[in-house]
Write a protein that binds this ligand. Structure first.
Ligand SMILES: Cc1cc2nc3c(=O)[nH]c(=O)nc-3n(C[C@H](O)[C@H](O)[C@H](O)COP(=O)(O)OP(=O)(O)OC[C@H]3O[C@@H](n4cnc5c(N)ncnc54)[C@H](O)[C@@H]3O)c2cc1C
Length: 422
């Protein structure tokens, strides 16, 4: 007998979709390739009872779908950073806040921000990469430096690749500048959703082929310990990154635009390294978020609200630099911290993860090249017959690359399925 819905992928998008369908009384099965759930949400334990996130971590105050789930599952949100107060820049061998920039630097930043804002307000979408746009607009060297650093540190890609229109979304995030973390780590939300779904979720079950067949059914080939098994359902929600989907045969009424988007949507590269130190060695109470132009471009302290004298620093490297450093990721993270804080003691322990090398992610999150936002956007969340799509890349554009986007996309895909079966 056919199932009502199969969900492919148990990241936050797939789990949210399955959860909403179960609440609506639908019969659902979820197939996940890995042994663990959560995909790009991956909390790990360090020593002394502390934890860190190798994947998603920050929750902005405008991420209401996540905040609502957290309230529903009784998960606590700890304060993380308040911008601009907690934002530091390591420039010319010194830590600076926006306030301590020179007059010239402040003018350069103001001009960058106004020019980006103008693109948003006038809905302009020049067919240029960030780098091309910076050159064309003759921005001051400091403004260019900041913008290029933002491409690497926020979008995990290079300024020569990201389209200027997609980059402007960093300017319009709609947050009041306050962000949080899920107490216990982001995987606590994954665990809460998985608990409701129970035995409907199957790990170590990669999907190898998806085919719309006759009788209004979709057939999914799942690799199990007993070989390939065919599972059939009235509808299928595909909630995996398209960096992976493009390797899986899909026989379905996909439009040319959908096929182009599946095969071409690019993903950034990202290495995240957690360093645990025996004690705090910086003077400010909250380490905040420090941006710098080195192998790693962002360093912050995820252990701010955790018990114990030990402190963790999280180091983030995005774009092509992350690919270059991945073999010596821990050593280079230690060197990056020492570059700013020569007095840093030896670490207690570390964990590092290269998302570009991850078999089931093959990248950090999606970004858009010049022109691709207009070309792909209308097609990312459209169904193809009885096949529906979820995942951060199919979320409203301002939530792409966030847990919020994954959750919203899962909720939307569940709603599409419910409307379809009505
Ligand atoms: C290092 C890093 C830092 C981040 N930081 C933040 C942050 O601070 N805040 C924030 O909000 N977001 C952050 N994000 C983004 C956030 O992690 C993602 O947007 C979100 O988790 C994506 O969820 P998803 O369900 O769309 O995809 P995924 O989490 O990738 O889930 C897809 C699932 O599908 C599985 N899968 C793949 N192929 C198959 C197959 N063939 N068969 C079955 N299963 C398959 C995968 O194993 C995975 O479990 C970060 C991401 C990274 C990588």
């Amino acid at each position: 007998m056919a199932l009502q819905t199969i969900v492919v992928g148990a990241g936050l998008a797939g789990l949210s979709a399955a959860y909403e369908l179960v609440l609506a009384g639908q019969e659902v099965q979820v197939f996940e390739a890995r042994e663990r759930l959560g995909g790009r949400v991956h909390t790990v334990q360090l020593s002394a009872g502390q934890y860190g996130d190798l994947g998603a971590e920050f929750v902005d105050d405008c991420h209401t779908a996540l905040i609502n789930y957290a309230a529903k599952f009784n998960l606590k949100l700890d304060p993380a950073c308040q911008f601009p107060d907690d934002l530091y820049w390591y420039v010319d061998g010194m830590l600076k806040t926006q306030e301590s920039f020179s007059g010239e630097q402040q003018t350069a930043l103001k001009s960058l921000s106004e020019k980006l804002q103008l693109l948003v307000e006038k809905q302009l979408a020049p067919q240029q990469t960030l780098d091309e746009w910076l050159e064309k607009n003759q921005l001051a060297p400091f403004a260019k430096w900041v913008a290029r650093l933002s491409a690497r540190s926020l979008f995990a890609t290079d300024p020569e690749l990201i389209g200027i229109r997609f980059f402007t979304y960093s300017n319009t995030l709609g947050t009041s500048g306050y962000n949080m973390r899920i107490r216990g780590g982001s995987s606590r939300l994954v665990d809460a959703l998985a608990k409701v779904l129970g035995e409907r979720v199957h790990t170590k079950s990669p999907v190898r082929r998806i085919q719309q067949i006759e009788n209004n059914l979709v057939s999914v080939s799942v690799e199990t310990v007993n070989g390939l098994v065919e599972a059939q359902a009235n509808s299928v929600i595909i909630a995996i990154p398209w960096s992976i989907l493009r390797q899986i045969p899909i026989i379905a009424p996909l439009t040319d635009s959908q096929q182009a988007a599946i095969s071409q949507l690019p993903y950034g590269s990202l290495v995240k390294t957690l360093l645990q130190y025996p004690y705090r060695f910086w003077s400010k109470p909250n380490f905040g978020i420090t941006l710098l132009d080195a192998e790693y471009q962002v360093v912050w302290e995820p252990s701010f609200a955790q018990m114990g004298a030990e402190r963790i620093l999280s180091c983030f490297s995005g774009g092509s630099r992350s690919i270059e450093l991945s073999e010596n990721a821990v050593e280079l993270a230690i060197a990056t911290v020492r570059y700013m804080y020569p007095e840093a003691p030896p670490i207690l322990t570390s964990r590092s993860y290269d998302w570009n090398a991850d078999e089931w992610a093959k990248g950090a999150y999606c970004y858009f090249k010049p022109g691709d936002l207009a070309r792909f956007n209308p097609h990312l969340m459209q169904r193809a017959g009885q096949i529906f799509f979820a995942g951060e890349h199919t979320a409203p554009v301002e939530y792409r690359g966030y847990m919020e986007g994954a959750i919203r996309s899962g909720q939307r895909a569940a709603q599409q399925v419910l409307e379809f079966v009505k």
